[in-house]
Design a protein around this ligand. Sequence first.
Ligand SMILES: Cc1cc2nc3c(=O)[nH]c(=O)nc-3n(C[C@H](O)[C@H](O)[C@H](O)COP(=O)(O)OP(=O)(O)OC[C@H]3O[C@@H](n4cnc5c(N)ncnc54)[C@H](O)[C@@H]3O)c2cc1C
Length: 311
Amino acid sequence: MDNHFDVIVIGAGAAGLTAGIYLSRAKVRTLILNEGAVGGQMVLTHEIANYPGVHSISGYELARNMKTQAQNFGCTIKSNLRITSFDLSGDVKKITVNEKDIYTSHAVIISTGGRSRTIGAVGEDTFKGKGISYCATCDGDFFQDKDIIVVGGGNSALEEAVALTKYASKVTVVHQFDHFQAFSHYVDEAKKNPKISFIMETAITEFIGSEKLSSVRLKNLKTGDIMAMNIDGVFIFIGYVPNTEKLEGIIELNEWKEIKVDAVMKTNLPGVFAAGDSIAKKYRQVTTAVADGTIAALSAADYINNLITRS
Ligand SMILES: Cc1cc2nc3c(=O)[nH]c(=O)nc-3n(C[C@H](O)[C@H](O)[C@H](O)COP(=O)(O)OP(=O)(O)OC[C@H]3O[C@@H](n4cnc5c(N)ncnc54)[C@H](O)[C@@H]3O)c2cc1C
């Protein structure tokens, strides 16, 4: 019975840790299984300055606080492992870890988060968080009166380019095609903003700097011409990838591979809930992940209570 829990939470980011806090505090026996480091995207975030009630905190510290809080209520957390199979269809859910360890539960919460799509240019990994950002809401404020680039041509890129003009002195939108994929009202708004200029049919091929990003190399995709540009920051909005690859064919996903949930975070499978950045939603923040995790936990607890009442 050591490997049997009331609820198994998959993923220990903000959503999963919040679910762990709520469930364990309600004396629901809970296990969190996490691939990678506990904290998820929070630990990639140098400073979080928009978590209500906390003026400023490093993502690492916020994650550590959430982890300790969950463990203090009795939540078991296992990390740096690999989930090798999910059996979520029956009344007893079965999760296999590292091909040999089997954990079972009555309910499962999936909170596997996601990642921003990257360009794949030289230096991108080096300057992530040191001039390169994938989140205007999170990092825009750090680029007050700075000269920045926004990469992308969809709704997010143009909407965020306009939003970033609140902080930056100059925003250059760099896009690989000669036209935008964004809705025309986003394009019109960006075009009439005096702080925004556009470089079309162009891609960043290299990020350059020492401690922080200081310039980029740009390639004109039509002519092949290369040019260098000094820059304080680059915001990349070329799409988002939910971490749901292992769940394809197991639970219902939408066309963007996000998990479909209802208002109380139920998926299409009884006893399976989902929360955080891996679900279908528009705004991805720590606060929204925490809210989803809370709702999923309360729904899972309710599901377990109903099972007990029926049996
Ligand atoms: C650079 C950066 C800066 C940001 N800054 C801010 C900010 O300032 N303010 C703010 O509110 N938001 C910010 N965000 C967004 C915020 O961090 C996320 O919206 C939030 O943390 C998502 O939490 P989550 O729990 O849904 O997912 P995640 O944080 O992605 O956590 C998911 C966890 O699940 C694990 N996992 C993935 N697949 C599996 C699997 N198959 N099995 C088991 N485990 C798995 C992952 O390793 C990870 O630990 C930022 C994001 C980034 C990338």
